[in-house]
Write a protein that binds this ligand. Sequence first.
Ligand code: ATP
Ligand code: MG
Length: 569
Amino acid sequence: MTLEHESMERENKIQGNFITNIIDNDIRNNKNNGKVVTRFPPEPNGYLHIGHAKSICLNFGIALLYNGRCHLRFDDTNPEKEDQKYIDAIMTDVHWLGFDWGEHLHYTSDYFERLYSFALTLIEQGKAYVCSLSPDEIRKYRGTLTEPGIESPYRSRSIVENMDLFQRMRSGEFEEGAHVLRAKIDMASPNIALRDPTLYRIKQAHHPRTGQKWTIYPMYDFSHCLSDAIEGITHSICTLEFENNRPLYDWFLDQLPVPCHPQQIEFARLNLTYTVMSKRILLKLVSNGHVSGWDDPRMPTIAGLRRRGYTKEAIRMFCERIGVAKRDSMVEMALLEHCLRDDLNTRAPRVMAVLHPIKVIILNLPEGEVIPLQALNHPEKPEMGDRTIYFSREIYIDQEDFMENPPKKFYRLSPGREVRLRYAFIIKCESIIKDQQTGDITELHCTYDPLTQSGSGAQDRKVKATIHWLSAIHAIPADVRLYDTLFNVENPAAAIEHEPLENLINPKSLEVLTTCFVESELSQSKPGVIYQFERIGYFCLDSNDSGKLVFNRTVSLKDQWAKIQKQSM
Ligand code: ATP
Ligand code: MG
C-alpha cells in the first residue's frame, strides 16, 4: 500500500455521529435491505466551496463506511442561473477531494419526463391544481407564521380543467407567471411549507442539457424527493434549512407510486469566520471584480483553496474534525489553517526563500569561489533526502533578520554580532553600507568563520540564532503573493445585511512582493506542490504564472488555533 493510499484509507473512516447512529439502527432493522445509498446534489450555479466539502465528505464518507454508494446529482432545475462550466468545475473538485461517483452521475433534468408524469398523477388524484394567481398574490395568500393562509380561488378547478391547463403549460402556450401548478395540501397548516406549495412554474429558458424542450420546470421540493426515490437513495442528507420541508418531502413520496421512500436527515451547515458560503455573494465577488475569479486563492471555493495550496487531506481532516451536528455554529478559520499546517508540516519539503532581501557581502570569501553544502529536505524526515545548496561571496538575507540598533532580545544579525546561516556557517557583521542620499542600508559587509560549517562537527561554537539565506548568483527571482482574509469582519454574512459588500472587504487581503528570491531548486516546482520556505511559511507555485515564478503563500507558520482554544476554555 502506498503512503497516499494509507492516508486515504484512514480518512475514509469517518467518525460516528448522529447520522451514522441512524444508519446503524436502520441496518440493524434491515431497513432498505441493509443498503446505504447517499447523494451529493449541487446546483450547477457556482463553484463548490468548503461548506460543500463538508457535505461531500459526509455523503461520500458514509457510502465508503457502509460499502454503499454515493451519487453525484446535478440539481439543474433553474436554467437561467446554471452553466456547463459549473458542472465541469464541480466534477473536477469532487474528484480532486478524492471521491468518485462511479457510474452514478445523474441530473435532475434526466427525470423531467418522469417528474412530469408524477405531476399528472397528482392532478388525477385531485391533489394538485393549476393556480393563476400572480406570484405576488400567491405570496400574500400564503399567510404568515401567526396567520393561516387563504385558499386560492383556483383551488377548486376540476381535474379535467387542471389536466388541460397543465398540459398547455408544458406546450408553451402561456407566458411566464401566468400559471403555476400547486399541491393541494392545507392552507391552514402551521407549517408554511405545506400551504399548497408550487410544484411547477413556467420558464421560457434555454436549459444547458434539455435545450428548448421544456417551458415548465419543477421546484426543488417536488423534484428532490422524487429524484431521490427514482435513484434508490436511502438517506437523503441535507442542511438544516430544509427541516420544515421534511413533511413535504414525505408527503409527495406518500402520495405517489415511487419505488422507495428515502429518509431526509438534516445537519448543520458549515459557517466559517471571515468568509461567506453563499453562492450568491461569492458570485458577486467574482462579477464585481473584488477577486480575480472563482479560483482566486482568497476564495473559500475548493478551486481557490487548491490554488492557494490547500491539500485534499487537510480539507478532509478539517471536515472530520468539525464533526456533524444538529445545531448551526461558526467554525474558526484558524481551525482550517491548523489542519492545513498539520498536514503540510509532515510532508512539505523545506527550501529557503528571501522575501525582503538585503545583500550581504562575505568579505573573506573570494569572488568566484563557491562552497557546496548539504541541506535536508525535511529536518525530521531523513527519508525525504537532501540537496546541495551553495555558499558564495554575495548572499541575501531577510531585512527582518538584521537590526542596526537591536533591542535587548534581538539575537539575529546586528553590527559586530554573529548569527548562523542555516546549513552553512556563522557570519559576523563587520560594517553597514548605506545609500548616500536616502540613508537606506544597501549592503552588509560580513565575514564568515570557515571552521563553523553546519554538520561538520569541526567546531561547535554556539550562537543564539539561525537565519535563512540564499546565494545571490544561485537564487532565482520570484513574485510572492501574501494573502490575508478576504473580509475584515468575523461574520460577513451577517454584516452584509446592513453594509455594502465593498466596505467589508479587507484592503490588505492581497499583498504582492516583487523582489523576492527563491532557491534554484524551485525552478522545477509545479502548482500543487507545497514547500515550506524555512522560517516563513508554506508556499506553492501559482498555476497562472507568466515567465517569472509566482508563489502563493498557502499559510504562515504561526498557528493561532491553540491560543483560540485556550481562550474559549
Ligand atoms: P444555494 O441553494 O444558495 O444555491 P447551496 O450552497 O445550498 O446554495 P447547493 O448546490 O444546493 O448549494 O448545495 C449542494 C449541497 O451542499 C446541498 O445538499 C447543501 O445542503 C450542501 N451545502 C451547501 N452549503 C453547505 C454548507 N455551508 N455546509 C454544509 N453543506 C452545505
Ligand atoms: Mg441549495
